[in-house]
Structure formats: C-alpha cells, structure tokens
Design a protein around this ligand. Structure first.
Ligand code: MF3
Ligand code: CO
Ligand code: CO
Length: 261
C-alpha cells in the first residue's frame, strides 16, 4: 500500500473542494430516497451531478466496478451495485459517493431510511452513526489507529452489534485508496500514530448479527452471511495541528437519515 502521504496546505485546499462536492452530492442524493425509486435512479443522479460539477465519479471503472456510486440495501454491507431494484418502505440504504475533482478524491457515505423503518433498523443506524462521530472526535496528532478501532469496536459490541473486519477505512488523496488501512476494530495504544497532514476515511460497517461477509457472483456486492442488517457511515478527515477537520462535513442536515452535522 506504500507510505502514508502527508498533505500540505495547498494539497488540503484542493482536496477540500473534492470533499465538499462529494458531500453536496450525497446530501442531494439523499433527498431522492423514498419507496418506489430504483437504485439506478440514484446512480443516474450522482453520475450527472458529478459531471455537471466538472468532476468524475471515482467508482466508475475502478477495478472494473460498473457504476458511479455504491448503493447497499439492508443485508448488503458495501459495494452494492445500482440496478433496477426498487426501494421498499422499511429498507435501509447506504449511499457511498466518491468524487474526483482536479485529481483529488473525496469519499463520503451515509445510511438512509426508506419511508418508515423498524425500531431495530433505526437503532442499528443510530449506533453506526455514533461509531463514526465518536471516533472522529478523538482524532488528533499522537493518537493511534488502534485507538480509533478499539473505540468503534467497544461501542458497537456494547450495543450488541458486530464490526465488519473485511473492509476498512483508508488513506485518500490523489489516490482513492492509499496507506494507511484504518480498521474499525483493534486494540487501544497500538498501530500507527496520527500526524498533522494525514488524510483518511473512517467508515465503520456495523452488523446486527455475525460480522462475516460473503461476496455475490457479481464479484462486488458484500452481504452479511446471516442475512441480517448492516449499516455504514463514512467521512474523509484530515489530521490538523490540534485535532481534526471533517473534510466531507455536510452543510445541511441529511434528509431521510440520522441528523448529521
Ligand atoms: N467508496 C468505497 C470506499 O469507501 C469504495 C468503493 S469501490 C467501488 O472505500 F469500486 F465499489 F466503487
Ligand atoms: Co472509503
Ligand atoms: Co466510500
């Protein structure tokens, strides 16, 4: 995966623009979500909105991925491929947007509610959002990656959920995925120490049941092995002098999801 690439102020200024576009795209995509729409319609919106803003959707053609966004419904953990699947009342859906603007990447995702969803589904989504929020809150120079993973694992497991091991957060910048790998489980006090100028994602995938995954025959769609629900939230962040900048922060609350500052 190579070494961790430290970004300088001018790198961060460029990357911030890509991240803002990604988060605006996700906010707008969220407004479309309701029973009766297809996941393809989300893909079409994300694709066109991205091109209209002089950017490229990073997923399209990435290692052969066929679409411009990932749409992961219910037991799909991540990398769900948009299709003619129609969203049903009670579904939960993660929409994962990655934009490339002027060579820089911004990666952000959220789980949305399709109409009214069960209390069990809501609880899972709330806890998953809290895993991301609480882990971002501890980021600053000197903190270790293991501290982030341990916090997420402890919080999710204390609520009776499990943490997916097979997919992790990642460094990001001119590349979609670069060092370091950011696991959402682990031991406090272990792993890489954070330093100013590091940029990476935190993107916990939290399951109702077993943490293990299965990949469908399309070679992308990752599902829970027990068919139970999975939820995910993701932000791209930068380590600053004294703390953290959420580069993909939303400038308005997400509709049809957890209110997310
Ligand atoms: N956006 C995903 C992530 O958070 C990666 C999707 S890869 C794709 O890392 F090819 F499926 F788009
Ligand atoms: Co990511
Ligand atoms: Co993503």
């Amino acid at each position: 995966m190579g070494n961790i690439i430290i970004k300088n102020e001018s790198d961060l200024a460029e990357m911030r623009k890509a991240c803002k576009l990604a988060s605006r795209t996700l906010v707008e995509a969220g407004k479309l979500i309701e029973p009766g729409i297809t996941t393809d319609s989300i893909n079409q919106f994300v694709h066109e909105y991205t091109l209209r803003h002089n950017a490229k959707p990073a997923p399209l053609g990435y290692r052969g991925y066929p679409k411009s966004v990932c749409t992961s419904v219910n037991e799909v953990i991540c990398h769900g491929i948009p299709s003619n699947r129609v969203l049903q009342e009670g579904d939960i859906i993660n929409v994962d947007v990655t934009s490339i603007l002027n060579g820089w990447h911004g990666d952000v995702s959220a789980t949305f509610y399709v109409g009214e969803v069960s209390d069990e589904a809501k609880k899972l989504v709330e806890v998953t959002r809290e895993c991301l929020q609480k882990s971002i809150a501890i980021v600053k120079p000197g903190v270790r990656l293991g501290d982030i993973g341990a916090l997420i694992q402890q919080y999710a497991e204390s609520r009776g959920y499990s943490v997916v091991r097979d997919f992790v957060g990642h460094g990001i910048g001119r590349s979609f995925h670069e060092a370091p790998q950011v696991t959402h489980f682990g031991k406090a006090g272990r792993g890489q120490r954070l330093a100013k100028g590091m940029t990476f994602t935190i993107e916990p995938m939290i399951n109702q049941g077993d943490f293990r995954t299965r990949i469908l025959d399309d070679d992308w769609t990752a599902i829970t092995i027990d068919g139970k629900l999975s939820a995910q939230f993701e932000h791209t962040i930068a380590v600053t002098e004294n703390g953290v900048e959420v580069m993909t922060a939303f400038d308005e609350p997400l509709l049809h999801s957890e209110v997310f500052p």
